[in-house]
Ligand binder design. Structure first.
Ligand code: SAM
Length: 387
């Protein structure tokens, strides 16, 4: 019976089969390798976004999200003395909705728009095509990674990008910290978690407080995320107006996650807007992990000034999203008004995306820039109602 089940499933999910074959050949994979391969296949073959997909991101909820980010970028550009050549870089642009809303918004400031060239960092060929269609009015260049973006002043935006990057999971066992790995049980045709000795030292990787954490604790780290934040912050530092006479650079990272480094297993899968098992159907489900904003901030602060993390609700309200919603409602039908206010609530209310999602901004250290939307940070003075 088991053999029949296996035969029926063999070939139904090539990612599952390839991972199972690799584990049989090489032994259990790190969580990072399992996640990287599952996520890459997922974005290449599935249609994740929207009501008919697996999840809905903020720009897909409402144009207001991209409009607020467009306005934030215009303010950054003005504070930086209106540099003439700015690369607007989006990391992981999905369907291109955010970039399209940003470009439409900044068209009201022609000098800024004319100073911009658009650079999209996207690994999925399928999504690159969707992005090209969404951005057909704006010439763009695609890159495999941020380091390919030519030198110069960059404004970098990343929404729900870091949560898709691979994490390693370390687990405290009776034998100390070990790496969590994914193994495969051929008899039951199922993946399962196991642990293996660390192949690297913990020095500098884990906050000292965590070294003696109780058995069962899980610590997560995303080396690709830290590397990208390092590259972006170094780029901002290289173009600091004080160092170069003119210029600057900025980054805005929005994602769900925690404000400080913590312990806990946050690896999760989502399918059709419901949580699912991360070890089932790799490549067919979205797999993410919470973003550790505390560690991203510490890495960025070595080179750039950092604001936040603040909650997405506080950030968007600080930028005036409520006034924008009211304005859109003025010329709307009753149904449209209802939709606008529902979208506003989803973006800012604490029980929706308003609290779990955080925002971090990077600016040049010497330029003394004050990024908009971060003034309400302390204690979320302007708490948003869930109603
Ligand atoms: C959750 S989607 C976010 C989409 C979009 N930012 C939005 O808010 O709708 C993640 C995006 O990151 C891209 N991505 C995932 N891993 C990547 C990597 N290592 N390098 C570049 N892009 C990646 C995916 O293909 C996808 O476009």
């Amino acid at each position: 019976m088991q053999e029949n089940v296996k035969r029926k499933l063999k070939g139904a999910n090539p990612v599952h089969d390839a991972l199972a074959d690799d584990i049989a050949a090489r032994g259990p994979l790190t969580v990072a390798e399992y996640m990287a391969r599952a996520v890459s296949a997922y974005y290449e073959t599935q249609e994740p976004f929207g009501a008919k997909g697996d999840f809905t991101t903020a720009p897909e909820i409402s144009q207001m999200f991209g409009e607020m980010i467009g306005a934030w970028l215009v303010d950054m550009w003005m504070q930086m003395g209106r540099p003439e050549n700015v690369k607007l870089v989006e990391l992981g642009p999905g369907r291109g909705t955010l970039a399209a809303d940003v470009m439409r918004t900044v068209s009201s400031w022609p000098d800024f728009k004319n100073a911009l060239t658009l650079h999209l960092v996207e690994t999925s060929p399928r999504l690159r095509e969707l992005q090209a269609a969404a951005l057909k009015d704006y010439p763009a260049t695609w890159h495999e990674n941020f380091s390919e973006v030519p030198e110069g002043v960059c404004f970098v935006v990343a929404n729900e990008f870091f949560d898709a990057l691979p994490i390693h999971q370390l687990k405290k066992t009776k034998d100390g910290w070990r790496e969590r790995r994914v193994d495969y049980d051929a008899e039951h045709d199922a993946f399962f978690f196991t642990t293996a000795p660390l192949e690297f030292t913990l020095d500098g990787m884990m906050p000292e407080d965590f070294l003696n954490a109780p058995e069962g604790s899980v610590f997560e780290i995303s080396p690709p995320s830290l590397e990208i934040v390092k590259q972006v912050s170094e780029r901002i530092a290289r173009n600091d107006p004080d160092a170069q006479g003119a210029g600057g650079g900025a980054a805005l990272f929005l994602d769900y996650g925690h404000a400080e480094a913590g312990l806990g297993d946050t690896l999760q899968a989502v399918s059709r807007h419901e949580y699912a098992d991360v070890l089932e159907e790799p490549g067919l489900r979205d797999i993410t992990a919470h973003v550790d904003f505390g560690t991203l901030k510490a890495v960025a602060a070595q080179h750039a000034a950092v604001a936040g993390p603040v909650t997405q609700g506080s950030f968007l309200i600080g930028l005036g999203i409520e006034a924008r919603a009211q304005k859109l409602c003025e010329n709307a039908t009753e149904k449209q008004r209802e939709d606008i206010m529902t979208a506003l609530c989803r973006l800012v209310a604490p029980k929706e995306m308003g609290r779990l999602f955080k925002v971090l901004a990077l600016t040049p250290r010497k330029a003394r820039i004050h990024p908009a939307g971060f003034a309400l940070a302390e204690g979320d003075a302007h708490e948003v109602s869930d109603d």
